[in-house]
Design a protein around this ligand. Sequence first.
Ligand code: GTR
Length: 325
Amino acid sequence: MTFTKSVLGGIAVSALVATAAFAEEWKGWNIHVEGYPNTVAMDKFGELLAEKTNGEITLQMFHGGVLGSQPDAIEQVRAGALAIGNFNLGPMGPTIPETNVVSLPFVFKDVDHMHRAMDGEAGQKISDGMAAKGLIALAWYDSGARSFYNSKKPINTPADVQGMKVRVMNNDLYSGMIQELGGNPSPMAFAEVYQSLKTGVVDGAENNWPSYESTGHFEVAGYYSLSEHLIIPECVCINADVYNALTPEQQTAVKEAAMESATLQRELWATRETESRDKVMATGVKFNEIADKTPFQEAMKPVYETYLAANPDIAPLVELIQSLQ
Ligand code: GTR
């Protein structure tokens, strides 16, 4: 066909073929709703990815957990059914023991301590553990500190958790944590928590301010008690085979795009924490600080013992984090 030949002739044809050969469209998973810092940052990641690879790689994001629960999505990225996801390290623990160090209650003193650990040797060891299981951590996102909330009463001491049914993420460490407080843990997917709180299947749950707000949990569990027992980082994680098949230039572009999206996410996170807190407080949420967190720390100690007995190799990593000033 002369028209095709003349329009797509010579160099133009090889250019098109070359582009087609390198064009990849990735599918990405995210659990959060529109406007949430992670959602905005993952969309930004997609934009930067296309820009920095000159369109060789594009990203189609699926927000709101529509492609499945977080434990399933982690497996899908490991298996390569999905290229990428923004994951909390909590639900990764059952598969990747190194990631479980961040799920030990009170292992980080505060968010700054978590940043120092994740940006240093501890973060590297955690990344290595993830890479050995097929996941490359490109950048770390913030997820603040998680505190208890429930529909019954303020929590001030472990005794207040006695007999309470508390939703946790799928990870035995969290179930152990609730059991040590005398409560009944109920592991379930994020998407099921609202209905479970509303119908009394559970009395409470635990999360940061933005998730407490964005999910509407504050409407059905109006007591928020500032325990800050978990500070769990999140990752932008890619399937290792997908990443390793890229050219060095593409790998740099992907990494840079993820790091820049993380800078944006951390900024948005800081603002959103205050906004979410103000928003739920304005609706009448009853908030309390916990004057002395030591009884919680003491009660949760057996969680460390059980974990380290089953994973003795991880002990140095726990010490590394704890000794970091
Ligand atoms: C949020 C986190 C989600 C998910 C959720 C949960 O804070 O960003 O990835 O882990 O908590 O409690 O399931």
